[in-house]
Design a protein. Structure first.
Length: 212
């Protein structure tokens, strides 16, 4: 299964993806955890460009195409080979981030974003996408807990931008059947329990459909 985690910065998705990795590994499953942008030598170099605060003047189109190039490399070098080898692949962000951040957030044409996304991901469509929803006031509480000089270029974005991104994710959740909406204000264990149950249920559905 290919499982992706989406949400605003500081929503807790990185913690949840690690907990799911630990659970699946304890069940004897082969698991690969990766992140976007990143996950390969080339993609990590692109990540450093995207998050570097020295590049605050980066244009939205440049940002989107850099994310897409890192994604295309990750899919072909890591994700597809691991899925073929029977792994659970867990990704901290994937192509839906571009729709939410560069489409709804930056205002780029969603039809163009979807076309480039399709090229970048090829056959690597997630089985489940968890959107961990966090209201803006909670985001700002967690953001304030982090030293400003530790924030990356994306995390320095303002409330208006994050509100557009959140609304974009909510719209994607309504329109896309693979999305699972998760209340990010719950406890770490409550969220993990919900995610675990969803994965187990979806796995059973896939096995039933395949006749296994």
């Amino acid at each position: 299964m290919f499982i992706t985690f989406e949400g605003l910065d500081f929503c807790g998705k990185s913690t949840q993806i690690q907990l799911l990795e630990q659970y699946l590994t304890a069940q004897g499953e082969k698991v690969l955890l990766t992140r976007e942008p990143g996950g390969t030598e080339i993609s990590e170099k692109v990540r450093s460009l995207l998050l570097d605060k020295k590049h605050l003047g980066m244009y939205s189109e440049t940002e989107f195409l850099l994310f897409s190039s890192a994604r295309a490399q990750l899919v072909r070098e890591i994700i597809i080979p691991k899925l073929k080898a029977g792994y659970y692949v867990l990704s901290d962000r994937f192509h839906d981030s571009s729709a939410a951040y560069q489409g709804y957030g930056r205002g780029l044409d969603l039809s163009i974003i979807n076309s480039v996304n399709n090229l970048a991901i090829g056959s690597a469509v997630p089985d489940i996408t968890f959107f961990i929803d966090l209201p803006l006031d909670k985001l700002n509480e967690r953001k304030l807990a982090k030293e400003r000089n530790q924030l990356d270029r994306m995390e320095l974005s303002g409330d208006d931008f994050y509100e557009r991104v959140r609304n974009g994710y909510l719209e994607l959740t309504e329109k896309t059947g693979r999305f699972e909406l998760v209340d990010g204000t719950g406890t770490v264990q409550e969220i993990h329990s919900l995610i675990k149950k969803t994965v187990i249920k979806r796995r059973e559905m896939i096995l039933e459909k395949s006749g296994a």
